[in-house]
Structures are given as C-alpha cells and as structure tokens.
Design a binder for this molecule. Structure first.
Ligand SMILES: *[C@@H]1O[C@H](CO)[C@@H](O)[C@H](O)[C@H]1NC(C)=O
Ligand SMILES: *[C@@H]1O[C@H](CO)[C@@H](O)[C@H](O)[C@H]1NC(C)=O
Ligand SMILES: *[C@@H]1O[C@H](CO)[C@@H](O)[C@H](O)[C@H]1NC(C)=O
Ligand SMILES: *[C@@H]1O[C@H](CO)[C@@H](O)[C@H](O)[C@H]1NC(C)=O
Ligand SMILES: *[C@@H]1O[C@H](CO)[C@@H](O)[C@H](O)[C@H]1NC(C)=O
Ligand SMILES: *[C@@H]1O[C@H](CO)[C@@H](O)[C@H](O)[C@H]1NC(C)=O
Length: 305
C-alpha cells in the first residue's frame, strides 16, 4: 500500500470534475450560468436607430419602419427618444445570449441593461436555453431570429427582415460562422481529455495496489495525454472567446451589440489542465524516484556480511 499515488489520483479527480463542469456549464437554465465562453449583449441593439432619430436623419428610420407592423412602430417611436430604452425588448429579443460548449442560454438584465446613478449591480435573469447538442456551434443570426419568432411581436413581417432593417452586420455573422470548426473540435477534444483523465484515475488505483513502477509509468503516460488534449481544448476554447468577442465588438459596435469573454470558464478549463500536468509530474517522481532509491540501496545490500 503506497501513499504517493493518492496525490495524482486527487489531482486527476479534480481535473475530471472541472472538465465536466466546463462541458455542462449552462446546459440547464441557471446551472453555472456565469461560466460561459462568451456572452453576447444585444440589449442596446438598434443604437444606430436611436442616434439616427436624435440627429434627425430620417432616411435610416423610414426604411426601418417600412418593414414593421404598426404596433411595433408605435412602441419604437416612443422609445427612440429615450436613450436608455430597451429596443431589444420592444422587438422581441432578449438582452443577452451566453454561449456554452453544448448550447446557449438567453435572458434579461435585471434591473436594467445599463448602469446609471441608481443601478449599480446588474444580474442576469435567464429565461431559457437552447437544446443541448454534442457538436454545438453558435449562430448569432439564428439565435436572434428564434427569439423574434418566439416572441410573437412580428406578425406581418419576418425575423429575417427585422434583422436586415437594423442592419445586422453580415461580417459579424461570417466571423462567428468561421469558428464553427473550432466549436466542434473543442467538444471532441474535451471528451478525449476526460476519457484519458478517467483512465488516469484507474492507473492511480492500479499503482496503489501494484506498488511497482508500471503503475507510476502508466500514470505518467495517461495523465500526460489527458494534459495534452485538455490543453489543446482549453486553447481552442480560449481562442473562441478571444476571437469571437473581437469580431462581435468590431462589427457589432455600429448597432449597439457587444460581447464579453467568460473569465470563470477559463479558470475552470486551465485549472483542469494544470492539475493533469501535476498528476503526470508526480508519476515521474514515483517512477524515477523509486528507481534512484533502489540503486542507492543495492551496494549497501551487497556489502552486508
Ligand atoms: C436607470 O435606468 C433605469 C432603467 O434602465 C431607469 O428606470 C432609471 O430611471 C435610471 N436612473 C437614472 C438616475 O437615470
Ligand atoms: C450591454 O451593452 C451596452 C451597450 O454596449 C452597455 O452599455 C451595457 O453596459 C452592457 N451591459 C452589460 C451588463 O454588460
Ligand atoms: C426573472 O424573470 C421571471 C420571468 O420573466 C420573473 O418572474 C422573475 O421575478 C425574474 N427574476 C428576477 C430575479 O428578477
Ligand atoms: C428541443 O427538445 C424538445 C424535447 O426534447 C423538442 O420537443 C424540441 O423540438 C427541441 N427543439 C429544437 C429546436 O430542436
Ligand atoms: C423564423 O420563422 C420563419 C418563418 O416563420 C422561418 O422561416 C425561420 O426559419 C424561423 N427561424 C428560426 C431560427 O426558427
Ligand atoms: C450614438 O451616439 C452616442 C452619443 O451621442 C455615441 O457615444 C455612440 O457612439 C453612437 N453610436 C453609434 C452606433 O453611432
């Protein structure tokens, strides 16, 4: 019975839990909602319309209203004079869309989307999530269209037309579409990493009872592969956050759409990666440390009378 293998066992167990939390965060409404890869904030979508109305340039506005039904136009005309109005809500959109590994969730900012003299702390009220799918890839335009369709505000026109009317940027859509392969690759890599992490746990149990170097070596190899796959998955997830928020902020700024990366998610995924590297290094200690001890002991045994 050895005690050294307990350390990599615990490290791999922590990595397994963190990895599962990464994959399942946001898979149900309010389950680790803040651990998203990326959060899209469309609460001020149509900011360009507010500016157009305040500067009196009515060409943008009249082409916009042309496509809409009277009740929405009435509501919007009232709100356009209010610089803090929630245009997203008028149209039937949600305030935010948070992107997770297997789905996205959406909801409203409470008490309001923008901080002002009375609102210091903004919280997210999740109203629902998309169905979880294994190889999920976020499509901003489809997500917004789905909200518009579901809202029932748009009788007489189509979701597609409304998004065209607010000049929803094609460059933003294309930029996120370019990340499809990365979205799918990250899911597969997380699954492989978690499989190796599970095998690492088994190898540690084997090491405890066998006590030999074979146990330590299998821990080194399995934990190292788990580390590699977890590291690459984390790098891809980080890249999705960085690239996605860059594209959304660059092209969305014009219409009042922004995005933020999730810091908590990065903590989970890189924490899991670090645990696996440590688990592998402890294996090295067990393997080569034991080897040295045996070499040091052998000459002494030889001199024994
Ligand atoms: C702050 O915003 C909320 C809603 O967004 C609004 O009801 C409130 O009047 C605003 N407060 C100030 C001081 O502007
Ligand atoms: C949402 O975006 C608007 C406009 O970019 C910004 O003013 C607001 O602070 C953002 N809200 C949150 C909660 O990030
Ligand atoms: C969240 O939204 C639901 C339904 O829209 C509402 O009943 C609930 O009070 C909201 N929660 C908070 C904390 O505002
Ligand atoms: C989501 O799942 C439910 C039940 O499993 C199903 O009825 C619904 O059609 C699904 N929605 C989508 C958009 O696939
Ligand atoms: C929204 O509704 C239109 C027509 O009713 C349909 O063509 C479109 O596919 C729907 N979009 C989504 C994302 O469900
Ligand atoms: C709208 O106007 C505000 C204040 O005048 C400005 O800060 C903002 O950048 C403008 N937004 C766009 C999209 O032009």
């Amino acid at each position: 019975m050895r005690f050294l293998p307990i350390l990599p066992f615990l490290l791999a167990l922590v990595a397994l839990i963190l990895g599962f939390l990464c994959i399942f965060a946001g898979s149900k409404p309010n389950f680790l909602e803040s651990y998203s890869i990326l959060t899209l904030n469309v609460s001020r979508i149509g900011q360009n319309l507010v500016n157009a109305s305040s500067s009196g340039s009515s060409s943008t506005l009249s082409s916009f209203f042309h496509d809409l039904t009277d009740p929405i136009v009435d509501e919007l005309e009232g709100d356009l004079n209010d610089a803090a109005a929630d245009i997203a809500k008028d149209l039937g959109l949600q305030d935010f869309y948070s992107i997770h590994i297997m789905d996205y969730c959406h909801g409203y900012y409470e008490p309001g989307p923008v901080k002002n003299a009375t609102i210091h702390k903004i919280s997210q009220n999740v109203t629902g999530c998309s169905n979880t799918t294994a190889m999920f890839a976020f499509d901003p335009r489809a997500a917004l269209e789905k909200s518009l369709n579901d809202s029932g505000h748009i009788a007489g026109t189509t979701a597609d037309k409304i998004l065209d009317s607010i000049d929803f940027p094609q460059d933003l859509e294309d930029g996120i579409h370019a990340l499809r392969a990365a979205f799918k690759a990250q899911f597969v890599l997380y699954c492989i990493a978690l499989s190796f992490t599970f095998l690492t746990l088994l190898s540690c149990i084997f090491w405890v009872f066998s006590g030999g170097r074979l146990g330590a070596c299998s821990d080194i190899i399995l934990a190292f592969f788990a580390f590699l796959f977890m590291g690459v998955a984390s790098a891809i997830a980080t890249a999705i956050g960085v690239k996605g928020s860059h594209v959304i902020n660059k092209y969305g700024h014009e219409i009042g759409v922004s995005a933020t990366r999730g810091g908590g998610f990065l903590g989970l995924t890189w924490g899991a990666t670090a645990c696996l590297l440590l688990a592998s290094m402890v294996g090295c200690f067990g393997c080569f440390g034991a080897h040295k001890r045996r070499q040091a002991v052998r000459p002494y045994n030889g001199e024994k009378p």
